[in-house]
Design a protein around this ligand. Structure first.
Ligand code: PMP
Ligand code: GLU
Length: 402
């Protein structure tokens, strides 16, 4: 008897993560001996600080090796409550915090909790790669809100108001944003909050994972406005700010009924996050020593300045100047229709493949983020590598003619 390999309709609705896919491809080429410079995946190249690693080692020695409470250890949730108070002047109760396996799971928990078949979710474009796909998994309907490089890739309150229907459930965005590095000001957030507050069905997922990588000043959260506080779910985690991507530790602060339902889902799906990672995150979040974080931020800012200068030397790249996170997202559509005599560049994916094969530089095509005219560079790598990457990119692009 043969076998039928039938994948569920649910999974057919989503595609492979293109950020992780480009990182996988560049790793594969590197293993074959090709000297790849990877500007694809977004993760700090810094090591997790020693005091955090020590806390994890202590956790193992102290037998933090059992299942953890689904919502996270009480000490960690208290540290998160304190962090919100001290860093963001936001008041949350312990029972509003759910710790998850990365911010990614926290986002998935909330979307699965709030979104039913054909509910509409407003997603400014460009968006982080997994928002659209998690929404697809939940059978929600992505309503994409286009933005422009001239507007720093930010969505306006007017656009949000115009897109709202009786089926709109969620507005999801990140500030600082991935992939464009946009940072919304307090005034812009207030104006968006006012639109949200006009609609009783509508909730905001505010993804603040890049809070600590901000070149424009103090981080502002949309949850600060009392008149929508009970409609905002704040997402955060330790991946970016503390160089802890592999520890898989994120969290949310949500209205209690949402936190309760995320707790229910997570309890059936994955249980509490790794007990060792939780103790490491406790050290990261509650430590007074944030010099490391500040140091990383300064290094990212210098790299941002460098990459913007290098991009400005390439004719045909048009970009905003990112104010946070560690990505730059130039429009590269001027290269469409050009060829090196063998390959015709028709879209951003073709250009990304061309750069991978010819320049040995890995980038992510903008289609992953909803904008097929752009490509994303991560500048979470050393200045020397960035310089070498752009030398190679420039020379590869010179080989393309109309
Ligand atoms: N949100 C955004 C905007 C991201 O770029 C990422 C990528 N790390 C995440 C969420 C998920 O982060 P985590 O590693 O905590 O799952
Ligand atoms: N958030 C990072 C990125 O956008 C990590 C990869 C991922 O989780 O998608 O590259």
């Amino acid at each position: 008897m043969g076998k039928i390999e039938k994948v569920s309709d649910r999974l057919k609705r989503i595609s492979v993560s293109q950020t992780l896919e480009m990182a996988r491809r560049s790793m594969e080429l590197r293993e074959k001996g090709v000297d790849i410079i990877d500007l694809s995946i977004g993760q700090p190249d810094f090591k997790t600080p020693a005091h955090i690693k020590e806390a994890a080692k202590r956790a193992i020695d102290n037998d933090y090796t059992f299942y953890s409470p689904v919502a996270g250890f009480k000490e960690l949730r208290q540290a998160i409550v304190d962090k919100f108070k001290n860093e963001n002047n936001l008041d949350f109760d312990l029972n509003q915090i759910v710790v998850s396996n990365g911010a990614k799971q926290a986002i998935a928990n909330v979307i699965m909790t709030l979104v039913d078949h054909d509910d509409e979710i407003l997603v400014p474009v460009p968006y982080w790669v997994s928002y659209g796909e998690i929404i697809n998994l939940a059978h929600g309907k992505n309503v994409f809100l286009p933005t422009d490089v001239e507007d720093d890739y930010k969505v306006s309150p007017k656009q949000i108001r115009a897109a709202i229907t009786e089926n709109t459930r969620v507005f999801i965005f990140s500030s600082p944003s991935n992939p464009a590095g946009s940072v919304y000001s307090k005034k812009e957030l207030r104006e968006i909050a006012e639109v949200i507050s006009e609609n009783e069905n509508l909730y905001v997922i505010s993804d603040e994972i890049y809070e600590h990588i901000n070149f424009s000043g103090k981080h502002e959260s949309i949850a600060q406005f009392d008149f929508i506080k009970d409609k905002v779910i704040v997402i955060n985690g330790v991946s970016k700010g503390y160089a802890m991507t592999g520890w898989r530790l994120g969290y949310m602060a949500a209205p209690k009924w949402i936190a309760d339902n995320c707790f229910k889902l997570q309890g059936q799906y994955t249980s509490g996050a790794s007990s060792i990672s939780q103790m490491a995150a406790l050290e990261a979040i509650s430590s007074e020593d944030n010099i490391y974080t500040l140091g990383m931020n300064a290094a990212f800012k210098r790299r941002r300045d460098l990459i913007i200068e290098l991009i400005s030397n390439i004719k045909g790249f048009r970009t905003n100047t990112p104010q946070g996170a560690f990505y730059v997202f130039p429009n590269i559509s001027e290269f469409f229709g050009k060829s090196d005599g063998y390959i015709m560049i028709k879209n951003a994916s073709d250009l990304a493949m061309y750069l991978l094969n010819e320049a040995h530089v890995a980038v992510v095509p903008g289609s992953a983020f909803g904008d097929p005219d752009c490509i994303r560079f991560s500048f979470a790598t050393s200045r020397d590598k960035i310089k070498e990457a752009f030398k190679r990119i420039k020379s590869a692009l010179e080989g393309l003619q109309v």
